[in-house]
Design a protein around this ligand. Structure first.
Ligand code: GLN
Length: 482
């Protein structure tokens, strides 16, 4: 049984109860047996995994091991990784084997972590259900008729199914927190700029952040310590002193002021989600936290602002896929123009094309002021709301999504409906704030429900500490699908 948390896996290795190779083999066997049912991993390479594990064992034997040496981890397909197909869930990059490695992945490799494989995702991280992947949808391991959420749905599903102790995801508008919530695991999106974006395929550069996904907040803190840090190859990377994100894990909740945004606690949430929020409130209060009502008045504007800005940035970022340098190229064309258009028509899926068209439109002469510039102004208003709220509270409690995981196909037909389901996650990305999602209950049909803790800039340690205290006093995060 590969049910280990990251910490348990590290302990097994340190106490020599298991070698890195044995642990990797255990996971690879479980993956071979169970992955076909959920399609969480899309690229596996046992030889590479075992080579990394052997190297880890050598380090352990030589006394050169660190706390994470030999611990297995899975990577969302968005991260470039030397020698691995790094397709970002797209036909466009189906033939792309990365010649370099993303900084956050390199940091974990340098810490001795062992790559289990690459996880499924919505194409170019655009989506909330994982159904836009070129590699087929990932299924929610709790109920395979349901989606795992998106876009880091593969990472969430493999951690939930206990096919990896932890995984990396990326979050542009909720893609770590929402799938974590739908799969019953914990994930954190850090403050914009504290983890490097170098080598992470760009969707919307002013929003994208990588982050850890694991069973517990404690594991997320350990992984974030290994991932984060200044990177001169990312121009938006922040130059700050190294932090210890585990430092508040022992901090009691007594006296912590937790804000409840009145715009988030509405009857439009499903009754299951409302019940999970009540669970979280009770848990916080029983440990001495103080609940205060706050307001985020511009909440409704965050969806139009995000979908204008993210699409604008996507249309620019994705212009690089032209069939010239790498990736898919149409087999037949008459001239250069047709080579471009056929390549892009064939290589991109429909959601990606939709975003490119929206983005190109809002950036075009004549519409730029009306849409793009206006959305930038809304972005500032949304960010300001949080600063006002954080004068009254230390952290904010929020739903992660209005409902539990929808059924496969349910959101697929109506993009606007899918965009609206991001209502509780995207304001955080507009503002660049850190936020975590943790399990807080189950729906009546047995699907996990997550809630968010949102903090002010650089409050990761505080968020992780509060989530850890909540997890010490509850057991939703320990539950796994059968
Ligand atoms: N659902 C949002 C979108 O489609 C968020 C995706 C993400 O965070 N990568 O843009």
């Amino acid at each position: 049984m590969t049910h280990y948390t990251l910490k348990q896996a590290a302990d097994l290795l340190q106490s020599k109860q298991s070698s890195a190779v044995e642990l990797a083999q255990e996971y690879l066997a479980a993956i071979a047996a169970q992955n076909p049912a959920i399609n969480g991993y899309i690229t596996l390479d046992a030889e590479k995994t075992l080579a990394e594990a052997r190297a880890a064992d050598e380090h352990i034997a030589q006394g050169k091991a660190g706390a994470l040496t030999g611990v297995p981890v899975a990577y969302k397909d968005i991260f470039c990784q030397t020698g691995w197909r790094s397709a970002c869930g797209s036909k466009m990059l189906d033939n792309f084997v990365a010649p370099y490695t993303a900084t956050v992945v390199q940091n974990l490799l340098d810490a001795g972590m062992v790559t289990l494989g690459r996880t499924n995702m919505d194409e170019f991280a655009m989506g909330s259900t994982n159904e836009s992947s070129f590699y087929g949808a990932t299924k929610n391991p709790w109920h395979t008729e349901h989606v795992p959420g998106g876009s880091s749905g593969g990472s969430a599903a493999v951690v939930a199914a206990r096919l990896a102790p932890a995984a990396l995801g990326s979050d542009t508008g909720g893609s770590i927190r929402q799938p974590a919530a739908h799969c019953g695991i914990t994930g954190i999106k850090p403050t914009y700029g504290i983890v490097s974006r170098f080598g992470m395929v760009a969707y919307a550069s002013s929003f994208d952040q990588a982050g850890p996904m694991a069973q517990t907040a404690e594991d997320c803190a350990i992984l974030l310590n290994a991932m984060a840090g200044f990177d001169e190859r990312d121009s938006t990377s922040l130059q700050r002193d190294k932090e210890d994100y585990t430092r508040d894990l022992g901090a009691p909740l007594k006296g912590l002021r937790v804000g409840l945004p009145k715009e988030y606690f509405t009857a439009s949430n499903s009754s299951d989600v409302q019940a999970a929020l009540e669970n979280a409130k009770t848990l916080l209060q029983s440990q001495g936290a103080e609940l205060v009502e706050v307001s985020l008045p511009q909440t409704e504007l965050s969806i139009p602002a995000y979908y204008v800005l993210a699409s604008a940035e996507a249309s620019t970022n994705l212009s690089r896929y032209d069939g010239v340098r790498y990736g898919h190229r149409a087999a037949q064309f008459a001239d250069l123009d047709e080579m471009y258009s056929r390549t892009r028509a064939e290589g991109f899926g429909s959601e990606v094309k939709r975003r490119i068209m929206i983005g190109t439109y809002v950036l075009s002469h004549g519409y730029y002021d009306a849409y793009y510039l206006k959305a930038q102004k809304l972005r500032r208003l949304v960010a300001n709301d949080f600063q006002v709220a954080f004068e009254q509270c230390d952290l904010i409690l929020a739903p992660a999504a209005p409902t539990a995981a929808p059924k496969l196909g349910e959101l697929n037909q109506d993009p606007v409906q899918a965009y609206l389901s991001d209502i509780y996650t995207i304001a955080v990305n507009l503002a660049g704030l850190p936020a975590l999602s943790l399990p807080a209950g189950f729906s009546t049909n047995g699907l996990p429900i997550g809630v968010q803790l949102i903090g002010n800039y650089f409050a990761e340690a505080k968020i992780l500490g509060a989530a850890h205290q909540m997890q010490l006093a509850s057991d939703w995060h320990t539950k796994a699908p059968e």
